[in-house]
Design a binder for this molecule. Structure first.
Ligand SMILES: [Zn+2]
Length: 472
């Protein structure tokens, strides 16, 4: 058996597991894109249904918009186009001829939704309008790409929502924040929710909130964002509604982008270990394999017993692995693939009417009576989910730097620090340069703290306390 790279060598480990655990194939040949294989699609489907069901509970309706956006529509919001112009793929030719008006391949879909909102929204009765779509988006990423972390095509969910008032739109942003924090907690992903600095906002947003997953090395990965858009899109797209008093008003809007591929990258990176992946049980439609351990003539009996095991485990799905490999080889592979559980059945289990259940998260085995199997699996899976939540909350206190020297000193010991900040883009840029890549990520949303007098980096008047970290 091939030796696995140690997780401490993260890059090597990551490339090894995503390829050997059959998640993706990077040999498609178009830069920044990958082929998603069945093991990855199983998790991706689970993530989509998890988040979509939460959105539906909140009254969002699902749409599917075209991949193409008219260029004239795309350039309607000035900041938006400025922010995305360098990143978009544009179709200039079709049918062997230059197009009169180029088509934009969606990098995000505000400029697709809003022309339709202006048609659909007529009166206060049409509001709020809460929508979403689950699609791939395309951005011409020029930084180094890493599969699932950063690519030119990525999978996400984007919500686009219109409200009659500013208050309702802002309340929706708060609901996004509590939904996302609950979901990230359940998935066992440690995270910070920050309000991005004005110079770091989504192009066209009045306020941007980011969900930064904390990776094992302390670097952060933005996995989702919520933006309060004010009237920045409804105005240029002429979305208006007739209010109860008979006057026309311009509504307010929000958007939430949930990066499905990035959440997958975070799950792989946070939960994996030297043995391979660990897929949280709620994301794995197959809970594990059943491995027969055969001695001499016990084979037929064990195989017959496995059918009882499959029946008794229902509704949990276990796949019998009756291939010719040794049990050791099967264990090795099932750990690499990260199945949450594994069931082992040998002569002893048949004689005692038991099964041996192995947990991927603790790597411990427990012997269970066959007739209690379903109940025991319920308990084990509940416990695994509890462990995930604990893992998400494991973040210790974030140390604070009071001045430039302390920033430099603390960053050598802690990957994430906080400091008072002046709010200036130049100051953040200077800090990034001097610290070789540390960024001002924004103000913590859930534990808002009062700022001190002076910016710890430049000494000018401080506006907020911000998080400083390196991003993937
Ligand atoms: Zn400053």
């Amino acid at each position: 058996m091939q030796a696995r790279p140690n997780k401490k060598d993260f890059s090597q480990w990551y490339d090894y597991v995503i390829y050997n655990a059959d998640l993706i194939d990077i040999r498609y040949g178009v830069k920044g894109t990958v082929v998603y294989k069945p093991e990855a699609m199983d998790i991706i489907d689970s993530l989509y249904s998890l988040f979509e069901s939460k959105l539906k509970e909140r009254g969002h309706k699902k749409y599917l918009f075209p991949l193409f956006i008219n260029y004239s529509s795309f350039k309607k919001e000035a900041d938006h186009i400025k922010g995305f112009e360098e990143e978009v793929f544009m179709v200039n030719r079709a049918g062997g001829k230059d197009l009169e008006e180029p088509l934009i391949i969606r990098p995000t879909s505000e400029t697709a939704f809003y022309p339709m909102f202006s048609i659909w929204i007529k009166s206060y009765r049409d509001l709020p309008m809460k929508t979403y779509q689950s699609v791939a988006v395309y951005r011409y990423e020029t930084k180094a790409t890493r599969p699932l972390f950063r690519g030119r095509e990525f999978l996400w969910i984007e919500t686009h929502n219109v409200f009659p008032s500013e208050e309702e739109a802002k309340r929706h942003v708060e609901e996004d924040i509590s939904m996302m924090s609950e979901q990230l907690k359940d998935l066992g992903i440690p995270y910070l929710i920050v309000k991005r600095e004005p110079f770091d906002r989504f192009p066209g947003a009045d306020e941007s909130y980011a969900y930064d997953a904390i990776m094992p090395n302390g670097e952060v990965l933005q996995v989702a964002t919520t933006h309060y858009l004010g009237q920045n899109f409804t105005k240029p797209f002429e979305v208006k509604y007739l209010d109860q008093d008979g006057s026309y008003r311009i509504p307010y809007s929000t958007t939430l982008g949930i990066g499905i591929t990035r959440i997958l990258a975070a799950i792989i990176s946070v939960h994996g270990d030297d043995y391979g992946l660990y897929i949280p049980p709620q994301l794995s439609s197959v809970k594990g394999i059943i491995v027969p351990i055969l001695y001499g003539s016990s084979g037929d009996e064990v195989k017959k017993y496995m059918q009882h095991v499959i029946e008794n485990a229902k509704p949990y799905v276990f796949i019998p692995d009756t291939g010719e490999e040794t049990p050791g080889e099967k264990f090795y592979r099932s750990e690499l693939y990260g199945f949450p559980l594994r069931i082992e059945v040998g002569r002893k289990e048949v004689e005692n009417s038991t099964v041996t259940v192995y947990r991927r998260d603790t790597r411990k085995k427990v012997v269970v009576n066959l007739k209690d199997l379903k109940v025991k699996l319920d308990e084990i899976i509940e416990d695994m989910k509890k462990n995930l939540k604990n893992k998400s909350e494991s973040l210790k206190d974030i140390p604070e730097a009071k001045n430039r020297e302390e920033v430099l000193k603390l960053l050598k010991q802690h990957p994430i620090i906080k400091m008072d900040f002046c709010g200036r883009a130049e100051c953040a840029m200077d800090l990034k340069k001097a610290t070789e890549g540390y960024e001002v990520r924004g103000e913590l949303v859930e534990a808002k703290e009062k700022a001190g007098e002076r910016c710890a980096w430049c000494g000018e008047k401080a506006l907020r306390k911000v998080i400083v970290a390196k991003s993937f």
